[in-house]
Design a protein around this ligand. Structure first.
Ligand code: PFF
Length: 449
């Protein structure tokens, strides 16, 4: 993808964008959000947000990028003028902040891979205690997240089309296989059905503003929307791609991985007598129990394999997060790609240090009284993903509605979708982007603030 290159094929783009979407958001964040926000009701609202609000926004972002063929800032600025470029800049800021804490959590996944495969994590007596100790250990955190950032930067320097496109094509199917295998196993455990009930039977009394706003934020985060990642990726594809079809495939892949992760985690949580509202430690506490039950050797192999795949899923997301500010500095400031990548990686790593220290290593960052006693990591995640990404989506729809105009959007989409104009797809997408999304997302944003 170096220097305004492009994806090698339609599949290459879909795999890279799905790789960006599928990550820690699906396997780490989604289950704990479900657990904290009322189980099946959250799942239902999340699915509605994904297909009704986020899907049209994804189509819009890709179309903007492909039309302008520039980075997130440049795309808005070229089409709409400099002022509109601030939407892109806002997205770039969110990308930097999200990567800063995402890399810390990716470091945990990497550490768990090492600890399960080559050390004695599975012999621990309490996985919850271990997780607490582990995330508070600054040394381990530092090493693993430095490694993760270096690997990310290394791949972004090389460009995505070779290594990562090819690797994703093998790794994504493997992730499905291992998830489905583990689900079948977990369903045989005692009390597993209680977990299924919690996950799949909605309880209307659990529906409240908090559930809706968390589900919306989760849908944006999981699909990598609202911060210009798909504008940037869209700028690397050619005109004959069917944007609507590609966006549908990306969304379905993303949702299916999240859905499967829930199907795995909740039977485990209930069969091991844990609480679903455990929070960010949920996967790290629930999963080792099942690997442990498989016996030392099999547990090591399956458990190590699982966390390794989780690392790969996270990696295809960190790559896209880093690519957004990199593309901006390369396209707009004409800086050399290699220096930009390493410079930004180091900078973002440093920005992430308070999040890393907030997991028990430094008290001031761990429980901030002015922020409901949540940690700094929670704070960054809430502000820059749960609140800012839907806001980014809202601004993008306003941009299309009042500046770019819907007929230009239709024109762009119809290059790769000849019957698009006049079709039902066009009507739905236009109405969603230019009417429903700005109103709904704007209303929710004002409410949140
Ligand atoms: N979608 C990623 C996940 O679910 O893990 C996170 C993410 C990646 C968000 C890229 C935003 C982004 F631009």
């Amino acid at each position: 993808m170096a220097n305004r290159g492009g994806f090698s094929s339609r599949i290459g783009f879909i795999v890279a964008a799905a790789g960006s979407a599928v990550g820690l958001g699906n396997i780490w964040k989604f289950p704990y959000e479900v657990g904290q926000n009322g189980g099946a009701m959250f799942l239902l609202v999340y699915l509605l947000c994904t297909f009704i609000i986020c899907f049209p926004i994804m189509v819009g972002e890709i179309a903007i990028g492909r039309h302008a063929k520039r980075d997130a800032y440049g795309s808005y600025a070229t089409i709409g003028g400099k002022k509109w470029g601030y939407i892109g800049l806002f997205g770039i800021l969110c990308g930097i902040m999200i990567l800063s804490f995402y890399n810390v959590v990716a470091g945990w996944a990497f550490g768990y891979f090492i600890e399960i495969s080559f050390s004695n994590l599975l012999a621990e007596t309490s996985f919850s205690e271990f997780f607490g100790r582990y995330t508070a250990d600054f040394g381990d955190n530092l090493i693993f997240s430095v490694c993760f950032m270096i690997i990310t930067a290394f791949i972004v320097v090389k460009g995505v089309s070779g290594g990562i496109e090819r690797a994703s094509k093998i790794l994504m199917p493997m992730l499905y296989v291992i998830l489905i295998g583990l689900i079948i196993y977990s369903l045989t455990l005692e009390n597993a059905m209680d977990g299924i009930r919690f996950y799949l039977l909605p309880d209307i009394t659990k529906l409240n503003a908090e559930t809706i706003y968390s589900a919306l934020g989760q849908a944006f985060f999981s699909l990598s929307l609202g911060m210009g990642a798909l504008v940037t990726y869209g700028s690397y594809i050619d005109k004959n791609q069917n944007i609507v079809g590609s966006a549908a495939m990306i969304s379905i892949m993303d949702v299916s991985v999240a859905f499967l992760a829930g199907l795995l985690i909740f039977p485990l949580v209930f069969s091991q007598g844990q609480t679903p509202s455990e929070g960010p430690g949920l996967v790290f506490v629930a999963l080792p129990g099942v690997f442990n039950a498989m016996g030392p050797l099999v547990g090591r192999i399956v458990g190590g394999g699982f966390f390794l795949l989780l690392c790969f899923a996270a990696l295809t997301s960190t790559i896209s997060l880093l690519e957004v500010p990199v593309a901006y500095l390369v396209d707009e400031k004409k800086l050399p790609r290699k220096a930009v990548v390493w410079g930004l990686a180091a900078f973002i790593f440093v920005v992430g240090l308070p999040s890393m220290l907030s997991q028990g290593a430094v008290r001031a960052f761990s429980s901030m009284s002015w922020y409901g006693d949540k940690s700094f990591l929670d704070f960054v995640s809430e502000v820059f993903s749960d609140i800012s990404l839907p806001l980014g989506g809202c601004l993008m729809s306003i941009f299309i509605a009042v500046r770019w105009k819907k007929h230009n959007l239709s024109e762009e989409i119809s290059h790769g979708f000849p019957n698009y104009k006049g079709s039902i797809h066009e009507k739905i997408i236009n109405t969603m982007i230019t009417v429903i999304s700005p109103v709904l997302l704007g209303f929710m944003f004002i409410n949140t603030v």
